[in-house]
Design a protein around this ligand. Sequence first.
Ligand code: OAD
Length: 252
Amino acid sequence: MTDERIVDALRASRRVVFLTGAGVSAESGIPTFRDRQTGLWERFDAAELATPEAFERDAPLVWGWYEWRRALARSAQPNAAHRAIAAIGDRIPNFTLITQNVDDLHERAGSRDVVHLHGELGRSRCEQCGLEHRDPAGRVASLEQRRIDPPRCRGCGARVRPGVVWFGEQLPEDAWQRARDAAQRSELFFVCGTSSLVQPAASLTDLAIGAGALTVQINPNLTGIESTVSVALRGSAGAVLSEILAATWGVR
Ligand code: OAD
C-alpha cells in the first residue's frame, strides 16, 4: 500500500522534484552501471571508456562503445516508470525532473524540460569548437566495443566527442544550476533508481533534506541513504510509481 505521506504530499505540493538514475531505465532493458553481473562497470573498465584520457588514447574504441550504447537506447522503449513520472509531472504546477541518464526515454514518455546532469547520448559536440552534432552518426546498430572513428565537425573539422560527462569532468553548468535550485526549493523529492554513489548528483538529496522536503527513495536494493530519507520504498520503479499514481489520482 502506498504511504499516505506520499499521497498527501503529491496532492498538496506545488514543487516536486525527481532525481533519477540508471535503475529507471533498467526495465527498458538498458543496463545499469553498478548492479552485480549486469552493470556496465562490472563488464567494462570506466577508465578505458569514460574519461577524457581514454578518448585521447583510443578515440575509436570510445566512440564505438558510445555507438553501441546509442543503439541500445534507440531500440529501447520507455517503461512504466518513465510514463508514471511524466504523468506526475503533468499534474504538478512546478515539477522538475533531473536525470543522470544519458538516454532519452524520459522525453519519449512525454516528460518535458528534463535536466540532464550527465549529458545526452544524442547530443555530441566538437571537441575543439563545441559545435553540437545531434545524433551524429545516425547509424542503426553497432556491435559492442566495435571500433568506430568519431565523425569530424562540420564546422571546423576537428573530432566530435560524445556529449556526455566523463569521469573527471564538470557537470554542464546550466543543468547543475537548475538542479540545485529545484532541490533547494522542493517540497517533495524523489530519488529513484540510483545508487546515490556519484557526486555531485547524490548531494541533491541532501539539499532537499536541508530544504525540509519529504524525501522518498525508490529502489529494489539498499543504497545506504535509507536512514537519511523520509521514506525508503523497496521495489522496482515501474511498479512502485504506478502504484503511487493510482493511489494519488486513480490513474492506471
Ligand atoms: P547505478 O548503476 O550506480 O545504480 C543503479 C541503481 O538502480 C541501483 O541502486 C539499483 O539497485 C537500482 N535499480 C536497479 N533496477 C531498478 C529498478 N527496476 N527500479 C528502480 N531501481 C532499480 O546507476 P546510477 O546511480 O544512475 O555517470 O549511476 C550514476 C552515474 O554513475 C551514472 O550517471 C554514470 C555512472 O558512472 C556517468 O557516466 C558520468
